[in-house]
Ligand binder design. Structure first.
Ligand code: BGC
Length: 777
């Protein structure tokens, strides 16, 4: 133990006191021993340091900071150095505000496009996720502070996020849900890690010994696990499973639980000492004692935010080369989002932007001839024929229309999943009306993820900004005008319709559990293997130039090829390497991304691209030997500009084993990736145990870890509580306050144990217990 002597000087109570926060954002100090308090703050795509009242839903304003594109957006850049630089800048802003731990990046896997927080996560692919998140961590930590990758693990849905039990088989857990975290730990050594709220296979992530053993013993993590805010359930069980820091403060309640457990002999004091030692190691590493003050140039950071957006925005359609728009073109600008950008998501990641650019201003200052602006639709969905009429008459006389549409702020928020993949009906009606009167419509989309695009064949151009941060408004104008050549590619698949998504029939888990029946067939792993058509495939994105691939050489695990810019403007291409084992005897994804590179090329220029694979890239996880294993034989190496546009191929032979698990004939539905048909018994055989109940038992007595949602199945007190909250939720939605409605809905998913903590002590634990007694009566 590094701080053995210091720990020896502490009383039991002092040691236990360090295990939870002083307040919402700080750890406790022990002044007599010179132990300072450190501050932890969100994250992830900018700094959210709250000056005044604290909360974890982004309700109260934070200090102005640079709002960079969110992770889902940055992931479309596939640019590791860019993500590093963004991390570096955010870390610098955190340092300048004496924030020691920046709560991010978020790297949960986008299991299903409806997850309300997908905008904060990188990709449906674990390799891409891990590569980019590692760079973000390195960038943040280059400032001498700690990143805090989150939420470990399988935080796949927002609905019931504090109690849902995510049921995942061991292979999918390792290959899909943990790989990103593993890469981050091994490649960038984060000093902290945030456990998620949910359960994983029966145990709360924060108390899940399996998850923390993997983290510490297998991957060599030596930092501190921090609970998600209010994510502690059983403090002693959490401590035993390596959770050193509970946040936020519990006013000493859980510190006492630790002391009591040691005194009763149910917790070994050594476990506490070790946890204190790990926490002190963090505090003394990332604290600000004796550090020089850091100065931030926010104008410079704004320019970097614009650059990050330029690199990340994806050009999805460019019929007849309608883009870039030529100087002097008469252009009508339509859509509320042109003037009031949608640039970030709601919840704990909500940044108060230092400055905010909008596209309309930049278009009006550009070389285009802007013939006018029309709002076109009401942002929160109400229909308005007047706004449509105004937009239509403006569109009629223009040579081209730039139509800014997307998801409004209420659609992507922490605590609530999306209801569908659709754009609001009033926006779809607007698109229809405009395309009837103008043939040159370019849709500029905003929103943090995949969308259904029923109008894709009716418009000439589509460009997806995702949630491009405070500089997105001007960045997209640079792309529309050709000042910058688009180079982003999708880090997730765009299905034609939501029902095509593998887990669409059972996502999200509604009550007790969420079954990951589709196993590893999420995103492109499903669409490619099951041969289901998509709107836009994984890795897809257009450029104003063209690229040619040639001369592949495969030398062992080294793959090289030439990439040429064969068009007449400079641009960057994201070359992707997939592997395929066509004759595999085990069920597996048809293709898997294993390497990529983003290469910038002048017109006519050729560069050699070299990519190196590792044994792990060919391995699957075999739970029987608790290790990664290669199936011996030939593997196809494919180089493409998306998962569906493969330009070069070759093979490599790998030595390995002959598998005895996951054999295709034992898993007929998994073998064909026909995951929508998977029976409970096939899933159970993959899982190796019986499925736990999906639903709540209405007769069960409710306890502190149950949710207000469950109260509706109890007596009239429970029903009244539930119905009153839902009434307020629906009422707020009806009167056009969907954001507040979301926050009210959040309460439904809250376990009773959170009521006293989140009410800031206004509702005491005794009162919550009394309420529970009434509900159970
Ligand atoms: C979120 C975390 C966040 C924390 C603190 C929680 O609700 O899940 O991602 O870091 O609040 O704001």
């Amino acid at each position: 133990m590094k701080y053995k002597n210091l720990i020896k000087q502490m009383t039991l109570e002092e040691k236990a006191s360090l295990m939870s926060g002083e307040n919402f954002w700080n750890t406790k100090a022990i002044e007599r021993l010179g132990i300072p308090s450190i501050m932890l703050t969100d994250g992830p795509h900018g700094l959210r340091k709250q000056g005044g009242k604290a909360d974890h839903l982004g309700l109260n304003k934070s200090l102005p900071a640079t709002c960079y594109p969110t992770a889902a957006t940055l992931a479309n850049s596939w640019d590791k150095s860019l993500v590093y630089k963004v991390g570096q800048d955010i870390g610098k802003e955190a340092s300048s505000e004496k924030v020691s731990v920046l709560l991010g990046p978020g790297l949960n896997i986008k299991r299903n496009p409806l997850c309300g927080r997908n905008f904060e996560y990188f990709s449906e692919d674990p390799y891409l996720t891990g590569e980019l998140a590692s760079e973000m961590v390195k960038g943040i930590q280059s400032n001498g502070i700690s990143a805090c990758p989150k939420h470990y693990a399988v935080n796949s849905q927002e609905h019931m996020r504090m109690t849902i039990d995510e049921i995942v088989d061991e292979r999918s857990l390792r290959e899909i849900y943990l790989t990103g975290f593993e890469k981050v730990v091994k490649e960038s050594n984060p000093y902290t890690m945030m456990s998620s709220y949910n359960k994983v296979n029966g145990d709360y992530a924060n108390e899940n010994q399996n998850l923390t053993d993997i983290l510490y013993d297998e991957w060599g993590f030596d930092g501190v696990i921090v609970t998600d805010w209010g994510g502690n359930n059983d403090r002693v069980a959490g401590l035993k499973a390596h959770n050193q820091l509970e946040m936020p403060s519990t006013n000493g309640i859980t510190d006492k639980e630790i002391v009591d457990a040691i005194q009763a002999g149910t917790l070994d004091e050594f476990i506490l000492d070790e946890a204190v030692d790990q926490l002190l190691t963090l505090i003394f590493k990332v604290g600000f004692e004796n550090k020089e003050p850091v100065h931030v140039d926010y104008e410079e950071h704004h320019s970097k935010a614009v650059e990050a957006a330029r690199q990340s925005i994806v050009l999805l359609k460019n019929e007849n080369r309608i883009l870039p728009l030529k100087a002097g073109t008469n252009v009508a600008v339509i859509g509320d989002f042109a003037k009031n950008p949608r640039y970030q998501g709601a919840g704990s990641s909500l940044i108060n932007p230092y400055k905010l650019s909008n596209s309309l201003d930049h278009l009006q200052k550009s070389s285009l001839n802007i013939t006018g602006y029309a709002q076109g639709f009401k942002r929160m969905g109400a229909s308005s024929s007047k706004l449509v009429q105004e937009a239509v008459s403006l569109a009629k006389s223009a040579e081209a229309v730039l139509l800014f549409i997307g998801l409004d702020e209420s659609k992507e928020a922490e605590g609530v999943d999306r209801e569908d993949l659709k754009l609001a009906q009033n926006q779809l009606e607007l698109v229809e009306a405009i395309t009837k009167v103008n043939k040159n419509v370019i849709v500029v989309l905003a929103g943090g993820g995949a969308l259904e695009l029923p109008f894709a064949d009716q418009v000439q151009g589509i460009i997806h900004t995702y949630l491009a941060g405070q500089g997105g408004g001007e960045a997209v104008v640079d792309l529309l005008l050709g000042k910058f050549n688009p180079s982003g590619k999708l880090s997730e698949t765009f299905p034609i319709q939501y029902t095509d998504v593998p887990s669409s029939d059972y996502y999200p888990g509604k009550q007790a559990s969420s079954e990951h029946k589709e196993g590893l067939f999420i995103g492109y792993r499903y669409f490619e293997t099951a041969n289901v058509p998509v709107r836009y495939p994984f890795g897809y994105g257009l450029s104003y130039t063209t690229f040619e691939y040639s001369d592949i050489v495969i030398d062992g695990l080294h793959v090289s090829f030439n990439l040429t810019n064969s068009g007449d403007v400079a641009g960057a291409e994201i070359a992707q390497l997939y592997i395929e084992k066509a004759d595999s005897v085990i069920f597996r994804s048809k293709k898997e991304l294993k390497a990529f590179d983003k290469v910038y090329l002048e017109p006519g220029e050729t560069k050699q691209v070299s990519l190196t694979l590792t044994d792990r890239d060919f391995s699957y996880y075999n739970p029987e030997i608790k290790d990664w294993e290669i199936e011996s034989g030939n593997y196809m190496i494919q180089i493409g500009s998306s998962i569906q546009e493969i330009h070069l191929e070759g093979t490599v032979e790998m030595a390995g084993a002959s598998p005895s698990v996951f054999l295709k004939n034992s898993y007929p539905y998994y073998a064909s990736a026909n995951v929508k048909q998977i029976t409970d018994s096939e899933f159970e055989s993959l899982l190796g145990r019986e499925l736990p109940p999906k639903s709540w038992d209405p007769h069960k007595e409710l306890g502190m870890n149950d949710t207000i949602n469950q109260a509706q199945y109890k007596n009239w007190v429970g029903k009244l509580l539930y119905n009153s909250i839902m009434f307020v939720h629906h009422f707020l939605k009806k009167i056009g306050k969907p954001l507040t409605a979301n926050n009210v809905y959040f309460v439904i998913n809250m376990p009773f144990r959170q009521i006293d903590r989140f009410s800031g002590g206004k509702v005491s634990k005794n009162n919550v217990e009394r309420l529970l007694r009434w509900i159970n009566r």
